[in-house]
Design a protein around this ligand. Structure first.
Ligand SMILES: [Zn+2]
Length: 572
């Protein structure tokens, strides 16, 4: 026994010495030095230099310490005081919608009927053989009382079906041809969890289909091909890498669809320049049997860059559609509490079954009642299956009952807000005041309360609901909670909920990594992690807060590869 233990001690010693030598002899592929590195480690430490080897971070420290890692072939970037941050993580977006966003009829920013009709005419002149027209981007705020009217489209397109998604993705605006092909008439009842809007005082559909009613026209339009979706995702990467985004969570993919196939094909062909995690959609109209297809889908996506370990549940709708589920009724419709898209028993059963199968659960929840119901369902799952590291999350969180915030912490639920929306903007806020009443509208989107209660907060954009999805803009909004160019303090949306720069950065980096079970790989600048990092032209800690949104990403590294270099920047 004695000699055996001596031998193993010797072996350990050899391994130790040999291991140390490997580390010491390592020469960096890339060294960034003479900068301000905000590491987002547990104590938010700062450093001057970072060294990268084989896609990983091998050194974080001062500029003298990095010197002995510089060899003949090392690329050295003198940052001259510029800032380095971990690559940004967007914890809720819809990258898969990019084909629609980049290549279909785009209504974003069009305000008048005329502008919309002209855009349709232009699209038709460019696509004279179009057998259908799909588009996206109209805003509920431009049609405040009822949704948009089919006649506006009918005037320019009568013979082919047209469907335009609203910018929040919760409603569809269609023409008469689409209604006809889908068989939607005066006699068609609203489906569960959906509304077919009618002209006031009649039963005639007006062309706006809300929530689950939008599914009624689904079969009229062909689904996207894998190639189209791939093209969209490549355009998406090209758009967000200049924003410094290196990991995202796609919040809504269908299991067994062309969508997941598109991600897999890109990964197989080495065309992913960033990391994707995703949630698979759960249909409230189907039983727990559907989870089998999620399990099958999860098994297919085990590559490093694309995984689908989460399930997506919609609990309610949106305030602008009067469908967010509230504890107190809407101000403008005093007997309307909004739409709960689930029966509570089925929701509880669904959550506990998903949890048992070790899926994370990612929930869309806008209203306070919706969030309470969601937390209860998570609690039900925990009670049945026992506590585990589940990392469920709730996103949007527009109106939240204060007493619920502690439950996030207790249940380990991650808050996934969109700080891009933390302002009294001219469109949404102006609708929210009459819909919710002044008091509720002024206490929208808590943020600091989550941090104060030690809840993990992972920020996100909900792209393409938010465009452009530049995290630096959101970071500024999170700190100021006011429009970019305003100095008027009455224009601050819920001033008590403003947070610090450090908190905002963490919400877009390490907390996002945690939300996606990636904190061991990315999210902070620490030795051993993947070299996902960005260089900014300015030190965010030294400029006025109102300048943060103007700062620029000069360089984006993904796993040590330069995936974006700004044309103004010559790194070497
Ligand atoms: Zn979303």
């Amino acid at each position: 026994m004695k000699s055996k233990s001596k031998l193993s001690l010797l072996l350990i010693l050899i391994i130790f010495i040999f291991g140390c030598n490997i580390k010491q002899n390592k020469v960096a592929d890339i060294v960034l030095t003479n900068g301000v590195v905000f590491t987002a480690d547990t104590i938010n430490s700062k450093a001057e230099a970072v060294a990268i080897n084989d896609g990983k971070i091998i050194f974080v420290g001062d500029k003298s310490g990095v010197q002995n890692l510089i060899g003949d072939k090392t690329k050295v970037i003198d940052l001259k005081g510029k800032m380095v941050l971990p690559g940004f993580i967007d914890s809720h977006c819809h990258a898969i919608s990019s084909y629609r966003y980049f290549f279909e009829l785009n209504l974003y920013g069009l305000k008048t009927y005329e502008e919309i009709q002209n855009a349709i005419k232009k699209y038709l002149s460019e696509h004279p053989d179009a057998k259908y027209i799909k588009g996206r981007g109209w805003s509920n705020t431009d049609f405040p009382q009822n949704g948009p009217d089919k006649k506006i489209i009918d005037k320019v397109v009568k013979d082919v079906p047209v469907s335009f998604s609203s910018e929040d993705g919760h409603s569809k605006w269609v023409n008469s041809k689409t209604l006809e092909l889908a068989g939607i008439t005066k006699l068609t009842k609203n489906p569960e969890g959906g509304v077919i809007e009618r002209y006031p005082g009649t039963n005639e559909p007006n062309g706006t289909l809300r929530e689950n009613a939008a599914d009624l026209v689904y079969d009229i339009f062909p689904i996207y091909s894998v190639e189209e979706l791939m093209k969209g995702l490549e355009a998406y990467q090209n758009m967000v890498l200049p924003f410094g985004i290196t990991t995202v969570h796609d919040a809504y993919l269908d299991a067994g669809s062309n969508e997941t196939e598109a991600f897999r094909s890109l990964e197989k062909n080495n065309k992913l320049n960033m990391r994707f995690r995703a949630s698979l959609y759960i249909d409230p109209g189907k039983s727990v049997e559907q989870i089998k297809s999620l399990i099958d889908e999860r098994k297919k996506n085990t590559g490093e860059l694309f995984q689908t370990n989460s399930a997506k549940i919609f609990i309610d709708g949106v305030v602008e559609g009067s469908t967010a589920y509230l504890k107190q009724p809407y101000k403008h419709q005093t007997n309307n509490y909004g739409e709960l898209l689930w029966n509570i028993d089925s929701l509880n059963k669904m959550c506990s079954t998903l949890d048992k199968e070790k899926f994370q659960i990612h929930v869309h929840s806008i209203g306070d009642a919706a969030t309470s119901v969601t937390l209860d369902a998570f609690s039900f799952a925990e009670f049945h299956n026992g506590k585990r590291d589940s990392r469920n999350s709730i996103t949007h969180l527009q109106i939240v009952d204060k007493s619920d915030i502690k439950k996030f912490k207790e249940l380990g639920v991650i808050a996934v807000p969109q700080p891009y929306w933390f302002i009294k903007d001219d469109y949404y806020y102006n609708i929210q005041v009459p819909y919710l009443g002044q008091e509720r509208a002024d206490e929208e989107y808590p943020m600091k309360s989550f941090f104060d209660n030690d809840v993990v907060v992972a920020s996100s954009s909900d792209y393409p609901v938010t465009i452009p999805c530049n995290p630096l803009v959101a970071i500024q909004y999170g700190i100021t909670r006011s429009k970019l160019n305003t100095k008027d303090s009455t224009e601050v949306l819920w001033p008590e909920e403003r947070v610090t720069l450090e908190q905002m950065i963490r919400s877009f980096t390490i907390n996002g990594a945690y939300a996606n079970f990636l904190e061991k790989e990315t999210g902070s600048i620490e030795v051993g992690k993947k070299a996902d990092l960005i260089v900014l032209n300015k030190n965010l800690f030294e400029i006025p807060v109102t300048e943060i949104s103007n700062a620029k990403v000069l360089l984006t590294f993904f796993e040590g590869e330069e995936v974006f270099v700004d044309s103004s920047f010559v790194p070497y």
